[in-house]
Design a protein around this ligand. Structure first.
Ligand code: NDP
Length: 694
């Protein structure tokens, strides 16, 4: 008998202290290929209320001590350590039926999520703990009352209930944004692959880098978990629609306000465009993609293609092409054997579930065009071959439907290497079929015809979280129908669970609360760390002489004035080659409703502004790397004067560098104090004066 797989809770590894009684018999987890026992799961006696409290207290405190960037740097370290120990995870995943390629999506995919979130966070989030959303709203005439939206982290625990098919990637795509937001995670893996989740958690625990309470793992069932949830906690669920529905209806979600999002099984579609006939690169790409989706993870992917929607005249050609590819490429067997390209399903229970779903599809009007539910010929771990006697093996199947609108095909998900083939006559009909799925995570379209793509986009986007257009240009570089990327939405409407919170920085913000904050410029500056116009400023010393260790928001330089002459405008025009009539032709310029006559180039003004505000000697300012939000407001005519006020607005020391970023608020005004231009200047500034090492 194997040991009980431990949980990692309240800062230590935990397992039931006594052999659980009959009423709480452990769940036995078996090897997907051989049926051997891998481990047992039991949470008998676990105090889930205390687990959540540990997250809300210790976890919140330790993550709250870090800024977004410090958390991002830790995510990168986690990714590096997991990369070093990748082979252990690959080896273990084989027990769950994962081939080398399957682990590429789960193990490497999970590590990739950490790397991506780490670098995106350092680029897109400030090095603070509060995220500012949108521009300042000026709410009083004199500018002394402002409003803006801020995001602050939720005060509770992020409970992540995961599916069995991606024990690593599926968990890390939730853990990474929660960690960045500063919300501690309680990870609940699905039972059949809980031992893979235990392995990556153990690796992270062994680094000693995890902030206390930032990650807890519960290996086994959590029957009363929802009883302990309260406002400020959130749940991210992946799994079946029925479990999602049950959990969502819990009182803590319905009335208390626990955020609940789900990503559930969806009947994803892939449309072969009418132009993508055999012999075109799009047809080939479509066939390749369908094969990948059928066989990766043995089709146990929430994003896999379940409905191949194909021009009526191409059904036979498609089935023939897939049959040929399967014969050429697919070797079913134990992932530990050489050359195996498709492993078993995760468990015998799951195989029974797939068989039941295939029977339901056939009863609903389908006909098996390819493959069967009988045990297939497989390669065993010792390299011998024969009909599978043990293990959860099934072969790839295509099920044809003469009536493409038969309800079963749009409702029954066979969570395995199974896709249905649906014929269509017009692109509009293809779009209608896509939408009959009732909401999907993803639809892909193989077409080289933008009008086909445009029709499908406009008619199906509302039913999909993601749409991938496959053509001859991206066929080789596409990340694929079934591969969500951490930059983009992973979720979908309706049957897909309704989620759109995963993907990009919105996933971080999902773990935070957006609040409208109103107050004076001084107060908003103090609360956000970002200087707001109207707040106090200092002009004691030129701010370009100050390294980050001395610079503060509000440090300011007010320039002298400079008069603009016609000669200057003409010199600039000839020097740059910008002879646009508004600068060079008095009559034409005066005829333009926006100009009183010839005016100075906006770029001349911005260049002059730089000349007016810089302090030219070598110093801590290292580089100017751009401008943002540049607006020209009032035109400047010969005879006008301009001056500029430059104020340090936001200071972001870079965690891993000897310098940081300074965003400066730049405002150019004319002799009448009218606003000429406003923009942000972005610079890199040394943390310490030259010669001083930190
Ligand atoms: P489930 O919905 O049963 O389980 C999903 C997760 O929810 C598991 O971690 C499970 O834990 C957990 N869970 C179950 N009951 C509770 C509860 N009362 N409180 C808290 N957590 C709970 O899905 P399965 O894994 O059994 O898969 C069934 C079907 O779901 C598949 O056949 C497929 O159709 C679909 N599916 C969809 C996926 C997707 O990514 N969208 C992924 C995987 C499956 P435990 O395992 O311990 O019961």
């Amino acid at each position: 008998m194997t040991d009980i797989l431990p949980s990692y809770v309240r800062g230590q590894w935990w397992a039931p202290s006594e052999e659980p009684g009959q009423e709480a018999a452990p769940v036995v987890v078996r090897d997907s290929s051989t049926g051997e026992e891998v481990c047992r799961l039991s949470t008998a006696g676990i105090d889930l209320g205390a687990v959540l409290n540990y997250a809300r207290t210790t976890g919140q405190a330790s993550l709250g001590a870090l800024t977004f960037h410090q958390r991002a740097v830790l995510l990168k370290r986690f990714a590096q350590v997991l990369t070093e120990r990748k082979q252990e995870l690959y080896d273990l995943s084989r027990r769950a039926g994962a081939t080398e390629r399957d682990s590429l999506s789960d193990v490497d995919g999970g590590i990739g999520v950490l790397f991506t979130y780490s670098s995106k966070a350092r680029r897109e989030l400030p090095d603070g703990r509060v995220y500012l959303d949108g521009p300042v709203e000026v709410l009083s005439k004199d500018g002394s009352f402002l409003g803006r939206h801020v995001y602050t982290r939720l005060p509770g625990a992020a409970v992540q209930i995961n599916a069995f098919n991606f024990p690593m990637w599926g968990a890390l795509e939730k853990f990474a944004p929660a960690f960045l937001a500063g919300v501690p995670s309680v990870v609940k893996p699905a039972s059949p692959t809980a031992y893979v989740a235990e392995a990556w958690v153990r690796i992270l625990v062994e680094t000693g880098l995890l902030p206390d309470g930032s990650l807890q793992l519960v290996s086994g069932s959590v029957p009363d978990l929802f009883e302990h949830l309260r406002l400020g906690d959130l749940v991210g669920f992946t799994g079946s629609a029925s479990t999602a529905e049950r959990l969502r209806s819990h009182e803590c979600v319905q009335t208390v306000g626990v955020r609940f999002t789900s990503e559930t099984d969806s009947i994803n579609a892939s449309v072969l465009g009418p132009d993508a006939v055999p012999g075109t690169p799009e047809f080939d790409a479509y066939v390749r993609q369908l094969l990948v989706e059928l066989t990766t993870k043995a089709g146990q992917k929430c994003t896999a293609i379940r409905r191949a929607i194909v021009p009526a005249g191409q059904v036979d050609a498609l089935v023939d092409a897939v049959r040929a590819k399967i014969a050429e490429r697919v070797v079913i067997g134990d992932p530990r054997a050489e050359g195996v390209t498709m492993g078993p399903l995760v468990s015998l229970e799951q195989r029974e579930e797939v068989r039941r779903s295939v029977a339901a599809l056939v009863d609903g009007g389908g006909r098996l065009l390819l493959g069967s539910t009988e045990p297939p010929e497989v390669v065993r771990s010792d390299g011998s071959t024969g009909v599978a006697e043990r293990g959860a093996f099934v072969e790839p199947m295509l099920i044809g439907f003469a009536d493409a609108s038969a309800p079963a095909v749009h409702q029954v998900e066979a969570f395995g290497p199974v896709a249905s083939v649906l014929p269509y006559a017009t692109v509009e009909e293809a779009a209608e079929l896509v939408s009959l799925g009732g909401g999907s995570l993803v639809t892909s379209v193989a077409t080289n015809d933008p009008s086909v793509a445009a029709t499908l986009l406009s008619r199906t986007a509302a039913y999909n979280g993601r749409i991938l257009f496959l053509d001859r240009d991206d066929a080789r570089t596409s990340t694929g129908h079934g591969a969500p990327v951490p930059h983009l939405v992973h979720g979908g409407p309706g049957r897909a669970g309704g989620g759109e919170e995963l993907g990009g920085m919105r996933a971080v913000l999902h773990h935070m609360q957006r609040t409208a904050v109103q107050g004076s410029p001084e107060m908003l500056t103090a609360l956000t760390g970002v200087w707001h116009q109207g707040a106090a400023s200092r002009t004691d010393r030129h701010p370009f002489r100050k390294p980050l260790s001395e610079l503060a928001v509000g440090d300011q330089v007010v320039s002298a004035s400079r008069a603009v002459t016609l000669d200057d405008i003409e010199t600039f025009a000839r020097f740059t080659g910008d002879l646009f009539y508004a600068h060079m032709d008095e009559e034409a310029a005066a005829a333009n409703p926006f100009f009183p006559g010839r005016v100075a180039h906006g770029y001349l003004l911005v260049s002059w502004a730089a000349g007016l505000f810089v302090d030219p000697e070598p110093g801590p300012v290292l580089a100017n790397y751009g401008l943002e939000n540049l607006r020209f407001v009032t035109p400047v005519s010969p005879g006008d004067e301009i001056r500029v006020v430059l104020t340090a607005k936001q200071i972001t020391p870079r965690e891993t560098d000897e310098y940081g970023e300074v965003r400066w608020d730049a405002v150019i005004r004319n002799q009448d104090d009218e606003l000429v231009a406003s923009y942000d200047v972005l610079t890199l500034v040394a943390k310490e004066p030259a010669g001083v090492s930190p």
